[in-house]
Each structure stands twice: as C-alpha cells, then as structure tokens.
Design a protein. Structure first.
Length: 128
C-alpha cells in the first residue's frame, strides 16, 4: 500500500492561495480573537518584524503575540522567552497561532530530594 503525502490546507485553502490573500482576507479565516487583532492593525514592532522577514530568513523578536502569517512559512524566528531566544522554524501547521505558543516561558519543575528544613526530621540536622 502506497501512502500519499497529505497536502496542507487551512480552512480549505492551500498555502499558495493563502500567500496570495491580503491581510484582511486572511483575517476572515481565523478565529475571532486573532481576527480582531489583525483587523485592529499591526503594532509598529509587528510591522517591522514582517518587513524583516521579507528580507531575511532568520530574525530575532520579542513579539510573542504576533500571529503567524502565511508569508512566515519556511522562515526561522528566534522568539524571546524571557531569558533566551528560542529558534523556531515556521511550518504551515503553525499558521494562525501566536509566536509565543512555540517558546514556553516556564521550565518544567524537576524535584529532587527535600532540602534542609523541608521536613521535621531535617529541621534538627546539622548544617555542616
């Protein structure tokens, strides 16, 4: 049995059709929260990000609330997570999501043994 590669579509539109759309037409395909954000207009920093991505394939940004547009597909964006920049290559499945979703700000908690004073038995232990 031969498996065919599944062709990407977003709300019934191919990637090529999405790239040809204007920003307002694309906004109509998104959920209400993202649609309202795009209809309000992009901030100055978000406009600069879009311009930089048209020129380069790699950009660093602090704009975690920017919505992934079809023109971003294939580019690498380093998203600031509050401590470092996390490099993310944008794939078609990410369209319509926000950049901050791909750079978690909180690390997973990894507990080890309890420290001194954490339990009653260690409260009287010597600190040496």
């Amino acid at each position: 049995m031969i498996k065919m590669a599944k062709k990407f579509t977003f709300r019934g539109k191919t990637l090529e059709e999405l790239k040809k759309m204007s920003l307002t037409e694309f906004a109509q395909l998104l959920c209400s929260r993202e649609r309202r954000k795009l209809n309000r207009g992009l901030t100055h920093a978000e406009k600069r990000l879009v311009e930089k991505l048209q020129k380069k394939d790699f950009v660093k940004t602090h704009c975690r609330d920017m919505i992934v547009l079809p023109s971003f597909v294939g580019k690498t964006i380093a998203i600031y997570n509050g401590k470092t920049f996390v490099s993310v290559t944008i794939e078609p499945e990410m369209i319509g999501m926000r950049l901050g979703e791909f750079a978690p700000t909180r690390a997973e908690v990894k507990h080890s043994s309890p420290g001194i004073g954490a339990t009653r038995s260690t409260a009287h232990a010597s600190v040496k």
